[in-house]
Design a protein around this ligand. Structure first.
Ligand code: COA
Length: 182
C-alpha cells in the first residue's frame, strides 16, 4: 500500500499517518525533497529546506512562526512522551538532528548539531555547530554550549544576540523568494 501524499507550497511532500495530516500555514516554504509526516504543525513564515524529514508519528512536532529548519535536517519525536516544540524565530542549521527537544523563541542550533530526548534550549540559547546536547540537558537563556557532549562555555553578548536574531528574519525573506519560483 502507498502512503497518501500531498504537495506543499514549495514542492516538498506531506504525508498523513493514522489519518493525521500535517497542518502547515499557507505561506510556509517546504522545499523539494523535504518530507513532513503526520502530527506536525508549522506556523506562518517558517521554512523547511531541501531534504529535511519531520516525522510526527508517535508524538507531536510543533513549529512556530518564522523559524527555519535547514537542508538535510531530521526532526523526530519519542514514544516516551517527548514531543518536539520549536518556538518562533528559531534557526536549525543544516544537517541537524532534533530529537524530542523543546527550543524556545530565537533558539539556535548550529549546523550538524544534535539534540537528544528531553533536552531544552531556552530563549536565545545557542548550541554550536557540530555539538551534541545530551538527554535532559538544558541550555539557559543567552548561553552558548559547545562540544560533544556539549558543555556551557559562556553567555552570549548583546552584539552576538543581535546578529543571531537577524538570521531567522533573513531566512524568512529568503523563503518567500524561493516560493515565488513556484
Ligand atoms: C560557536 C561559534 C559561534 C564560534 O564561537 P567562538 O567562541 O566565536 O569561536 P572562536 O572562533 O573564537 O573559537 C574559540 C575556540 O573554540 C573552538 N570552536 C569554535 N567553534 C567550535 C565548534 N562549533 N565546535 C568545537 N569547537 C569550536 C575553536 O576551535 C577555538 O578553539 P581554540 O581556543 O582551541 O583555538 C561557531 O562555531 C558556530 O557554531 N557558529 C554557528 C554557525 C552555524 O551553524 N550557522 C547555521 C547555518 S546558517
Amino acid at each position: 500500500m502507498k502512503m497518501k501524499e500531498k504537495t506543499a507550497n514549495g514542492g516538498g511532500k506531506l504525508y498523513s499517518f493514522k489519518g493525521v495530516w500535517p497542518k502547515i500555514a499557507d505561506d510556509c516554504f517546504i522545499a523539494p525533497g523535504a518530507r513532513v509526516i503526520g502530527n506536525v504543525e508549522i506556523g506562518s513564515g517558517s521554512s523547511v529546506w531541501f531534504n529535511c524529514v519531520l516525522r510526527g508519528d508517535i508524538a507531536k512536532i510543533q513549529i512556530g512562526k518564522n523559524s527555519n529548519i535547514q537542508d538535510g535536517s531530521v526532526v523526530h519525536v519519542d514514544s516516551g512522551g517527548f514531543d518536539v516544540k520549536i518556538g518562533d524565530n528559531v534557526l536549525i542549521g543544516h544537517m541537524a538532528m532534533i530529537h524530542g527537544t523543546t527550543i524556545e523563541d530565537y533558539g539556535f542550533v548550529g549546523f550538524n548539531g544534535s539534540t537528544m530526548d528531553g533536552s531544552y534550549i531556552e530563549k536565545h540559547g545557542m548550541l554550536a555547530a557540530g555539538s551534541l546536547l545530551s538527554p535532559n540537558k538544558r541550555i539557559g537563556t543567552k548561553e552558548l554550549w559547545i562540544g560533544r557532549p556539549a558543555k556551557f562555555v559562556r553567555n552570549l553578548d548583546d552584539e552576538m544576540i543581535k546578529k543571531l536574531s537577524k538570521a531567522p528574519e533573513e531566512y524568512a525573506r529568503f523563503a518567500q523568494q524561493f516560493l515565488q519560483e513556484d
